[in-house]
Design a protein around this ligand. Structure first.
Ligand SMILES: *[C@@H]1O[C@H](CO)[C@@H](O)[C@H](O)[C@H]1NC(C)=O
Length: 437
């Protein structure tokens, strides 16, 4: 985890790195030219040679490589080159294709959604702040993947009003796919402010910009199955109570649903919330159990498996990424237009909430045995009672509403999905260089 720090430091480099060196060098040559008795010149030449050697050595492989020009230009926000990249990324190839701003574009779901949208001909602009909640190198690798597919990821935060307004000034987004968020249930006890920053403040800022945009985009965003909290009626239906969150993460997602309703009600924004159920797959998040179990099993490290009261199993409705992406695209395609303009509502607008799950909860012990089989390694398991810090005992989605209105139909079972994840995991971790930009 020290690598990410180095990378983010790297991004703070001035847009003209190394500028000082040539300047000093030319000043030195200038001085040489005007006060050049022979012996001074000789000493000067020796010093000059020394400087050249120093420059060569400092550029040797052991030193961090200077950022490539392409990267500097791509990252410097607001320049004409940056604007060209945003505009070109936003251009839809398909006739009447959407023009979508995807926040959290270098995140797990964000990357997959961007790739699918771009592939079918929609215009896509990504946005991501590349924070170091988990391995930034993985986010950079996803960004490389997106770049190769023609998706430009703007580096910035959804809290940055000026940046958001600039993007909407430049591009008439028809849709916003809002996936940027502070994820994780247990991390909320360590860093509660981060949840407020992204899931509340950033969320409100995004809606402020969307309601003022002309035209207003339709917004589809990622809520979470965690809003069901302590609800014990299964399977979870959209109409079930969601007023007993068990973690700050869940509470901020629930707050998001309420905030979304007010923006729909006051400003006529078309808004769809998607409650994701434990999404997994290639390019997944390292903070999720299936990912770090894989890592730890391969490293022969002990894994901790939580169990419920009386040694009952903890289950999750694991949902494969491609199925979730189908649901996201269907939500975008069926979203009606927002009705407001210039911050004023013209009529009532669409407001929807859907479960995107898999309808078949699997005990975490079963997850582990599938991984053992795929990795051909026996896991060192330690069973622990589940701590009361946010996790719920089970999740199980009723997806009949999404099925009816979005045509959502998950087709990937856990074994098939994990096989694809493990294949990706082994490939990615065996050769990270493939994705260095
Ligand atoms: C699933 O949700 C629908 C409403 O969308 C409801 O009519 C149905 O009864 C629910 N099914 C179960 C098994 O709870």
């Amino acid at each position: 985890m020290s690598q990410p720090k180095a990378i983010s430091h790297f991004d703070l480099a001035p847009s003209t790195p190394g500028k000082l060196k040539p300047d000093r060098l030319s000043a030195y040559i200038h001085r040489l030219r005007f006060q050049a008795p022979l012996f001074k010149l000789t000493i000067g030449s020796a010093l000059f040679l020394g400087l050249v050697v120093f420059l060569v050595v400092s550029c040797s492989p052991s030193a961090p490589p200077p950022p490539s020009p392409r990267r500097i230009l791509g990252d410097s926000r607001g320049g004409s080159y940056w604007e060209r990249r945003v505009r070109s990324s936003a251009r839809a190839r398909a006739h009447a294709g959407h023009v979508v701003l995807v926040t959290g574009a270098s995140g797990f779901v964000g990357t997959h959604v961007c790739l699918h949208l771009k592939r079918r001909g929609d215009g896509v602009v990504g946005l991501d702040n590349f924070n170091d909640y988990y391995d930034v190198e993985l986010k950079r690798a996803r960004q490389t993947l997106l770049g190769r597919a023609g998706v430009f990821v703007v580096e910035g935060d959804i809290n940055d009003r000026e940046l958001m307004e600039k993007l909407f000034d430049m591009v008439a987004f028809t849709h916003v796919m809002h996936l940027a968020a502070q994820a994780g249930v247990r991390y909320a006890m360590k860093n509660p402010a981060s949840y407020v920053h992204s899931n509340i403040a950033g969320f409100v800022n995004l809606f402020e910009v969307c309601k003022s945009a002309n035209p207003q985009p339709a917004v589809v965003w990622a809520s979470s199955s965690s809003v069901y909290g302590l609800n014990s009626k299964v399977p979870f239906s959209e109409k079930d109570r969601t007023d007993q969150p068990a973690s700050l993460y869940a509470a901020t997602k629930k707050a998001g649903e309420e905030i979304a309703h007010t923006y729909n009600h006051i400003y006529g924004l078309s808004i769809t919330g998607l409650r994701f159920f434990t999404v997994y797959g290639p390019w997944g998040r390292p903070d999720m159990a299936y990912y770090f179990f894989t890592q730890h099993i391969l490293q022969r490290k002990q894994i901790e498996i939580f169990e419920g009261p009386q040694h009952s199993s903890v289950s999750r409705d694991f949902t494969y990424i491609d199925d979730v992406v189908e649901g996201c695209l269907a939500a975008l395609d069926t979203a009606k237009k927002s009705t407001g303009s210039g911050g004023t509502k013209k009529g009532s607008a669409q407001f929807r909430v859907y479960n995107l799950g898999n309808t078949s909860p699997v005990p975490v012990t079963k997850l582990v045995s599938i991984l053992e089989k795929l990795l051909k390694v026996k896991a060192k398991k330690k069973l622990l009672p589940m701590p009361r810090n946010g996790d719920v005992k089970f999740t199980h989605a009723n997806i009949s509403l999404a099925q009816r209105e979005l045509g959502y139909k998950p087709t990937t079972d856990l074994e098939t999905g994990l096989k694809k994840f493990v294949k990706w995991y082994l490939d990615y971790h065996s050769d990270l260089r493939k994705y260095s930009s």
